[in-house]
Write a protein that binds this ligand. Structure first.
Ligand SMILES: Nc1ncnc2c1ncn2[C@@H]1O[C@H](COP(=O)(O)OP(=O)(O)OP(=O)(O)O)[C@@H](O)[C@H]1O
Length: 363
């Protein structure tokens, strides 16, 4: 059974519907990324899970307990056992680091607070130790770097021992170098504490390199859920394929386990028939100098370890791009033949991926 299960969730602002019929499952101990473009409803989803936004339809269940199922059930945020790590940390500037981390540990009933102080301090110390800031308890959070503030925010989210941690673009304000280091750190911390988590992001690299599985949210609904590898190599639609990585859509004629394209006959991930399109990634193309080749190099852009070449198909004029390695590359005007290292995903005329296996990972 999933730790957190969302079924048919609908949410709106006034009469404007933002989330539609959304399904999502978070398994015990995993990190799930919710990846989607700006405005697709990611924050609304997190706020709905945390109980800060009332949903219109569907249900949210945590470890077998229904948290929301309108119109009858709406468990308030403080009773959900869900930790929230907002964008930019959201630390209280008038409280010390220790007071921030201990904020959710104060018993709201005054007569139950006796003995709490010692327990609370020891929990705060343990959390600060966990996130690598053991000496920061009395520090003013404004004196910390962006990365340190995010670690305090994680300590605060974990302190009440939540069943799930939700993170809303937690690394967005950090510079690139710090971001990838902290991503790895947070991932390891959450895995070692065994707390399942949801990471909301519009950054596909962040989602694909950090999470165990990724849910792609497009236009307010789940487009596909799978491992990063599944989403990249077996996207269920052209839109998902293009959203998770650089992609070219090339006309093709399905002929069983392969498709005929301008690159020749390429193996496909499923079974293909009729007219459709294949999704080709730039790193799958290998141009080789050949005076009889079907393609001509239009441009080569040096980009460090790889160069990006633009190729034009001589007969159709169709352009494609290839990531190529090496220093002795063909230059503009040179003829090349192009090999594709398949298999590639084939989409039929209505844009649906034709492999049965990919459908099994589609939410
Ligand atoms: N309080 C609000 N009232 C009305 N509309 C809102 C409100 N909050 C968000 N919206 C709208 O709901 C839609 C989804 O917003 P949401 O913030 O959930 O998207 P998002 O995917 O998190 O975007 P971003 O990545 O830019 O933060 C957007 O079109 C937004 O304009």
């Amino acid at each position: 059974m999933s730790e957190l299960s969302v079924r048919g969730l609908g949410a709106s602002y006034g009469r404007r519907e933002v989330l539609f019929d959304l399904d999502l499952d978070l398994e015990a101990g995993e990190m799930l990324a919710v990846l989607g473009p700006s405005g697709c409803g990611k924050t609304t989803l997190l706020r709905s899970l945390a109980g800060l936004h009332r949903i219109d339809r569907g249900s949210i269940t945590l470890a077998g307990t229904v948290l929301a199922a309108p119109p009858s059930t709406h468990v308030p945020p403080e009773h959900r056992r869900i930790g929230l790590m907002p964008q930019e940390g959201g630390l209280f500037p008038h409280l010390s680091v220790g007071e921030n981390v201990g904020f959710g540990l104060v018993n709201p009933l005054p007569h139950k607070r006796r003995g709490d102080r010692v327990r609370r301090r020891s929990r705060v110390e343990a959390m600060l130790e966990l996130v690598g800031l053991p000496d920061a308890i009395d520090v003013d959070p404004r004196e910390l770097s962006g990365g340190q503030q995010q670690r305090v925010a994680l300590a605060r989210a974990l302190a009440p021992n939540p069943s799930v941690v939700l993170m809303d673009e937690p690394f967005a304000s950090l510079d690139t170098g710090l971001r990838s280091g902290l991503r790895r750190e947070v991932r390891e911390l959450l895995h070692s504490s065994g707390t399942p988590s949801i990471l909301v992001t519009h950054d596909r690299t962040e989602a694909m390199t950090t999470a165990d599985r990724v849910t792609v949210l497009l236009d307010g609904s789940t487009a596909q859920t799978g491992t990063p590898h599944e989403l990249y190599h077996r996207p269920s639609s052209e839109a998902v394929g293009a959203f998770v990585g650089e992609a070219m859509m090339v006309e093709g004629m399905g002929v069983g386990m392969a498709a005929e394209t301008i690159f020749g006959t390429i193996p496909v991930t499923g079974v293909a028939s009729g007219h459709g399109r294949v999704l080709v990634r730039p790193e799958q193309l290998t141009p080789t100098a050949d005076s009889d080749g079907d393609f001509v190099i239009v441009e080569t852009v040096f980009a460090g370890p790889h160069s990006l070449q633009t190729l034009e198909h001589l007969t159709s004029g169709a352009r494609s791009t290839a990531w190529v390695r090496g220093t002795d590359l063909c230059g503009p005007g040179e003829r090349v033949r192009v090999q594709v290292s398949g298999p590639v995903a084939f989409f039929d005329a209505v844009g649906v991926e034709t492999s049965d296996r990919s459908k099994s990972v589609t939410a």
